[in-house]
Design a protein around this ligand. Structure first.
Ligand code: ADP
Length: 252
């Protein structure tokens, strides 16, 4: 469902050129919750942004739902991206729009008729438990509520994929657990495939059924996670640094 084939990405020029993503291949199953873990600077966010071609790779192919996104540009790519929602560590809400206005925004951009829009905004706000905050502004909300608004906004266009970039890194442990519950609920009830980038092993272990490890722009391992019981090796295929399965990751 999400397929990366030998994707690479460099930043900078000449002697300053830096290979941030180095020939990464990865298949993410439909309906799964897939974690990408690694130290800061390993390339996790860049890889996530490559999945919806917000960051265009220098080489390699990206396909989502059987459609090659790297072959698209302009309007076609914007339309294909509607089936891919995204949330961020710092929520990225529009401060001068209400909760309702924030959630409505992607539907306005997709030119959804007003009446359909209103119904959909109400539906997704109900889904994340924030119907009563529709008229509030982001500054009036807690961190957890802001992330719920961002999730509602990401769900507005009924995506099949939700990309999450450090979605709980600005939240306290209790709120982190709440947001992970919301993501689990989205996966189970709506069947949305979720990819979570995080440097927090607890987050990834707690919710992801598969985990990939990034080190210096390379994907070194992918595991099937036996929920909360640690990480069980699946197929490695690529070299590892020899660290213990959870021991090495726990230090991130
Ligand atoms: P992570 O999410 O694992 O912390 P990132 O994907 O954010 O890592 O970054 C990987 C590397 O690429 C880092 O060295 C970062 O500084 C660099 N990088 C990321 N985005 C850019 C950019 N737009 N311009 C230049 N360098 C970048």
């Amino acid at each position: 469902m999400i397929s990366l084939q030998e994707v690479s990405k460099s930043f900078g020029n000449g002697t300053d050129r830096y290979l941030a993503i180095d020939a990464v291949s990865l298949d993410i199953e439909e309906g799964s919750i897939h974690g990408i873990i690694g130290a800061s600077g390993a390339g996790k966010s860049t890889l996530l942004r490559i999945m919806n071609v917000l960051e265009r790779p220098d080489a390699g192919k990206v396909s989502v739902n059987g459609r090659e996104l790297t072959a698209l540009g302009g309007r076609e790519l914007r339309e294909a991206r509607r089936s891919i929602g995204m949330i961020f560590q710092l929520f990225q809400l529009v401060s001068n729009r209400t909760v309702w206005g924030n959630v409505s925004l992607p539907l306005e951009l997709a030119k959804v008729p007003k009446a359909v829009r209103a119904e959909r905004v109400q539906e997704v706000l109900r889904f994340v438990g924030l119907e009563d905050k529709a008229k509030s502004y982001p500054a009036q909300l807690s961190g957890g509520q802001k992330q719920r608004v961002a999730i509602a906004r990401a769900l507005a266009n009924s995506p099949t994929v939700l990309l999450c970039d450090e979605p709980t890194s600005s939240l306290d442990p209790r709120t982190t657990a709440d947001i992970l519950d919301v993501l689990r609920h989205i996966n189970r009830t709506l069947g949305v495939t979720i990819v979570i980038v995080s440097h927090e092993m607890d987050v990834v272990n707690g919710i992801c059924d598969h985990v990939s490890v990034m080190e210096d722009g390379r994907l070194t391992r992918t595991y099937r996670n036996s929920q909360q019981d640690g990480v069980v090796p699946q197929d490695t295929g690529t070299p590892t640094n020899g660290a213990g399965e959870t021991g090495g990751l726990g230090l991130l």
